[in-house]
Write a new protein. Structure first.
Length: 641
């Protein structure tokens, strides 16, 4: 559109207006098409995520994709129509805009200085890239950033043989202690399980939901971890192992992995006693590792059972059968169904059994009366042996194998380094496991490994797809590589911001980097297209030979191609940047998930913009000078092809 900028005095006629629109559409159309493909392709890793992370981030990827597709269609259909209706009067040059003129006056001297000191600038960028790589290796890792649900779930575990009355007493004592913390608003405790087949919780596992007051009503300087530590210190009760989590994530963990803590180490084997012994050994090895909290072994032994062994000789002497004795035991202990009452659409069974005083201890059970035909009632102890025996409180199996579990949460440290240290400490123990016994890590770590494997598998494919799209855009391997080089430098700012914000690497951070990846490629494409247009103009005015072109002339048009299209480049970046910054100030539920996505996007957008505006022209100039020196001419790229 440069040749029309001189028409400042006379209004455009209809033919000239249509010529402007036609030329602009031909310039914009291919760029819109290719940039849309690149951004959509960059989101392929998000589409291929599975499990919990897939359900969380698929809506984001689909929304972004649909917006881009609709935007691309509108850009090549509706936008030219609106321009034809609204383009009136005279066309002014871009320099007539005071904002554009000011930005160019600031940018042009900086760009010329960078072109003058090319090697120094490239060295500084390589140094920043090296520092960013070192910072990334020191970042912690986790599956997903913890979502603050505004509540806590206290899940203590008692001994397997705890009685109903003792569990009730513990529950009341714990609720009173929890209520003494000022930040606690409501407490609701539950022991045992609900009357449903989907809840297999034993009575030894207590669940207490703790609703916290809003954060602005907390004591000054106190955090959620401080509240958990204070509650944990108050609830040190002998025989009780504490566990802290949140209600929603606890249910998700239990449904997806069968583990109710952040991390679980499953021990598979053939014998419950051996599994429990190995689990206790693993627990001792894990004790003392920084970050491991609420460590305990899921009890698979220690349950108490009442065994009633019928003496066949004795029941024969009294003229009884085994069924006669079993009927008495069933009626006394289990309860005998008498009838069913009907109340509207509801049915209730009516059972009868002995009162609590007649069955609450072994002696009472031994005195149960068994009716005989010849001798009258005789005590149960006369015809059967009544005793207590040990056994498993609950048998867990997975994939047709017996399973025990060592459970722990991770707090005040990232999940990745904690599990890696634990695994390195258990390497020798694992090698000593007998045949038929093996370990398996589960919980959040299992999800993290799955998500990492998906990303590692698909990212190289995405890079290849984007490179192929760039090649068909420029029809040049050098131009495609020049644009791809933007990616690692774009990540520098993202890594720096993630590091200084203290955010751990997670799937959410990876999604932020993926979105940044497409944005950086799109911005670099825009700069490369404008630089190639400047080269076309240079060749049209000075020819394309070693005799007519000099490094000075090349630099002049590189500066012109970079500076004269500064406004659309900054607009492309600013729209994205200004839309992201408010998320950094967001508070409330969900902000702790969105912030890890936004932080690398903002930092990477800033660094990629600096790189595209200052370093891409430098590398472009070096490439064109070498083309002229080696081939005697400059290769021209026509994106409109």
């Amino acid at each position: 559109m440069t040749k029309w900028f001189s028409r400042e005095k006379d209004p455009l006629n209809e033919a000239e207006k249509m010529a402007v629109i036609e030329k602009s559409s031909k310039q914009v159309g291919p760029g819109v098409f290719y940039s849309t493909i690149i951004v959509v392709a960059s989101f392929l890793p998000v589409f291929l995520l599975t499990g919990m992370e897939g359900k969380l981030f698929h809506p984001l990827a689909w929304t972004k994709t649909y917006i881009l597709l609709i935007d691309a269609v509108l850009a090549v259909t509706l936008t030219p129509v609106l321009i034809s209706l609204m383009l009136k009067g005279r066309l002014k040059p871009e320099s007539a805009n005071p904002i554009t003129r000011t930005l160019e006056n600031i940018y042009t001297p900086i760009l010329k200085w960078c072109l003058k000191w090319r090697k120094t600038i490239i060295g500084i960028n390589l140094l920043a890239l090296a520092i960013g790589i070192v910072m990334m290796t020191r970042l912690g890792s986790e599956f997903m950033p913890p979502l603050d649900e505004g509540s806590l779930l206290f899940m203590p575990v008692t001994l397997p043989d705890v009685s109903n009355s003792e569990a009730k007493r513990l529950l009341q004592v714990q609720d009173k202690l929890i209520r003494t913390v000022p930040e606690v608003e409501h407490v609701l405790g539950k022991a045992g399980r609900a009357n449903t087949a989907t809840d297999n919780s034993p009575i030894s596992m207590i669940e207490t939901i703790i609703l916290l007051k809003p954060a602005d009503k907390w004591r000054k300087g106190i955090s959620k971890d401080d509240i958990i530590n204070e509650l944990n210190a108050k609830l040190q009760i002998p025989g009780v192992t504490n566990g802290w989590t949140q209600p929603i994530i606890n249910r998700i963990n239990m449904l997806s992995t069968g583990i109710r803590t952040d991390v679980g180490l499953k021990v598979y084997g053939q014998n419950l006693d051996s599994i429990y012994a190995f689990s206790q050994t693993i627990k001792k090895q894990l004790e003392g590792i920084d970050g491991i909290k609420d460590l305990y072994v899921e009890p698979i032994t220690g349950g108490k059972y009442i065994d009633i062994v019928i003496r066949r000789e004795e029941i024969g002497r009294y003229g009884l059968s085994i069924d006669d004795v079993n009927a008495v035991i069933e009626t006394a202990l289990g309860g005998m169904k008498l009838t069913t009452t009907i109340e509207g659409r509801q049915r209730f069974s009516v059972n009868a059994r002995y009162g609590q005083d007649f069955r609450n201890n072994l002696e009472a059970l031994k005195r149960l009366q068994v009716q005989t035909m010849e001798f009258g009632p005789v005590p149960l102890s006369a015809v059967a042996e009544v005793r207590l025996s040990d056994g498993p409180p609950m048998i867990n199996s997975e994939n047709a194998m017996l399973r025990g579990t060592v459970l722990f949460n991770v707090r005040e440290r990232d999940l990745g380094s904690t599990v890696k240290e634990a695994r390195s400490k258990l390497n020798q123990l694992i090698s000593r496991l007998p045949k038929g016994y093996f370990l398996e890590w589960s919980g959040q770590w299992e999800n993290q490994i799955r998500a990492n494997q998906t990303l590692k598998m698909i990212l190289p494919i995405v890079l290849l797809i984007i490179f192929i799209v760039l090649y068909f855009t420029y029809h040049s391997l050098k131009e495609a590589l020049l644009t791809m080089v933007t990616v690692p430098f774009a990540l520098i700012g993202g890594v720096f911001m993630v590091y200084f914000y203290g955010i751990n690497l997670s799937v959410a951070v990876a999604v932020g980097f993926i979105a940044l990846f497409g944005m950086a490629i799109e911005t670099a494409m825009l700069m490369t297209i404008y630089l190639n247009e400047a080269m076309e103009k240079m060749v049209a005015e000075h020819g394309n030979s070693r005799e007519t072109l000099t490094p000075k002339i090349i630099r002049q048009y590189v500066v012109e191609g970079s500076a004269k299209r500064l406004r659309p480049k900054l607009m492309t970046v600013s729209v994205s940047l200004f839309g992201l910054i408010p998320i950094l100030w967001a508070t409330g539920v969900g902000s702790d998930i969105m912030r890890p996505i936004t932080v690398p996007l903002i930092g990477g957008t800033i660094s990629s913009t600096i790189y595209v505006l200052l370093i891409t022209p430098v590398i472009f100039e070096i490439i064109k000078e070498r083309e002229l020196k080696r081939n005697g001419k400059i290769e021209l790229i026509d994106v409109k092809e």
